[in-house]
Design a protein around this ligand. Structure first.
Ligand code: ZN
Length: 464
């Protein structure tokens, strides 16, 4: 298939000395830090690896990045003058810190750098099932060998903690080990006991259901399991706000010279403040008038491991009459209007110096790579909550929740929406959009919508 050629072209490899002990590749901390310009700090109990202001803490067990425990360290060995860390772990950590997609090739013992978004979007684990969300052109297969299940995904790449260990003895899954070769990804699932399995496959989704008898233990054990799962997906605390356009890309400009990029930044800053007050950790893709490619915005989102992604825009129409607010989630446009809004917001690509955009059929590319299913549903729900609250607070016309293929939402692995906060081309709304009062109302509305979605979502996913 055409896509495979593309993927291979975007690969490069990096060689580094390694140790091969007991079926496990190890890299020395000093060699990787000098090769990749990382700072390290070692104490008795902790290794701190940093690049710029980002850092990862590892102890002999956990891998903690930006305050979240991400996974379990596969192995760490110390001798008197060096520290060795499993290659998968340290290469993943290096990628996270440097904002690159690095993978350890377990077959050829080298680092693979990929220029593309990982084709496996998300791994969700709870005590009943493992779900893998992937690009629709991948074809996972699985094989069971006793208490081990091997899930093989040719051409698949997953950028995430390479080893997950579940230490609760009640949990049927003991660990998941993720290894790469240049051919793709293998998930090795180790079970604690023989559990009947069922495999469900649909477009872009592979689910392994563990069919244990349902008398789940109650009390404290349950809480431990719950907490563990929250580490992976069931809590919303990190939100990325993306002020549309910026720098050499002004976005829409009104007849009177109002620029979309200024409005979006101003609203985004107000929104960030309000969300922080509510206890969220907020990251802005830009906090000043700066040009960012659409790909860079998604990379910032993924690096932060955000739980939600909110892109702020102001609308444009040819006439002066159109007004009101609309909220988009990523899907195929159904109407001419949706298509035209998406075409405008995607047109920033003309400012981007040849990013990895496969030529002609851009819409097909945007949608083809989308994590569908659960993600789509979550984005749609988020859009509905936000649209309702924001139109009510702002007192603006509710133009509805809409769907279209936005490049900026494409690569983000979290529920993502794009809000058109009003029409810069409508003189009345333009004035409002420029006013602090209206900007605050918009930010209040979005905040309220997010809080409502958070309550709904955490209730839905909090009870496993
Ligand atoms: Zn825009």
């Amino acid at each position: 298939m055409h896509l495979i050629g593309l993927v291979l072209l975007a690969f490069s490899t990096i060689r580094i000395p390694y140790l091969h002990i007991k079926n496990n590749d190890l890299l020395s901390l000093w060699s990787i830090s000098s090769k990749f310009d990382l700072d390290t700090e070692v104490t008795d109990s902790i290794v701190r690896i940093s690049f710029g202001t980002d850092n990862v803490f590892i102890n002999t067990r956990d891998l903690t990045y930006t305050g979240k425990t991400e996974g379990t360290l596969k192995s760490l060995k110390k001798d008197s003058n060096n520290i060795f860390i499993s290659a998968e772990d340290i290469v993943y950590i290096t990628g996270v810190l440097k904002g690159k997609y690095y993978y350890w090739d377990a077959e050829k013992h080298r680092i693979i750098e990929s220029g593309y978004f990982p084709s496996i979007k998300k791994l969700k684990v709870n005590r009943e099932q493992i779900s893998i969300i992937h690009n629709i052109d991948l074809e996972p297969s699985s094989k069971r060998i006793g208490k081990n299940i091997l899930i093989n995904i040719p051409y698949g790449f997953y950028f995430g903690p390479p080893f997950l260990y579940f230490d609760n003895a009640e949990d049927p899954i003991k660990s998941i080990e993720i290894t790469y070769t240049s051919k793709g990804t293998m998930f090795k699932v180790h079970l604690r006991r023989d559990v009947p399995l069922k495999i469900l496959k649909s477009t872009g989704l592979f689910v392994l259901k563990l069919q244990e008898s349902t008398n789940t233990p109650t009390g404290s054990t349950n809480n431990v399991i719950k907490q563990k799962q929250q580490n992976y997906h069931s809590k919303i605390d990190v939100i990325v706000i993306d002020p549309g356009h910026g720098g050499k890309d002004p976005g829409a400009i009104s007849k009177r010279g109002t620029r979309e990029k200024d409005i979006t930044l101003s609203i985004a800053k107000k929104l960030a403040k309000k969300l922080r007050k509510k206890g969220f950790k907020v990251i802005l893709t830009r906090d000043r008038d700066k040009f960012l490619t659409l790909g860079e915005r998604a990379r910032i989102a993924n690096k932060s491991k955000c739980d939600l992604f909110i892109s702020i825009h102001a609308n444009y129409s040819k006439g002066q009459r159109a007004h009101g607010i609309e909220t988009y989630f990523l899907s195929e446009a159904r109407t001419k209007w949706e298509r035209s809004v998406a075409a405008f917001e995607n047109s920033v690509i003309k400012y981007e110096i040849k990013e990895q955009t496969p030529g002609r059929n851009i819409l097909k590319w945007i949608l083809g790579d989308m994590a569908q299913n659960e993600f789509l549903r979550e984005s749609q729900d988020l859009a509905a909550f936000v649209q309702r609250s924001v139109t009510k607070k702002a007192g603006s016309l509710d133009r509805g929740v809409k769907q279209a293929g936005f490049y900026v939402l494409r690569g983000v692995y979290a529920p993502s929406i794009l809000i058109e906060t009003g029409f810069i081309t409508n003189p009345k709304e333009e004035k409002l959009l420029k006013s602090n009062r209206y900007q605050n109302k918009i930010a209040d509305g979005i905040t309220e919508g997010i809080l409502k979605y958070k309550r709904y979502y955490e209730r839905k996913y909090g009870r496993f």
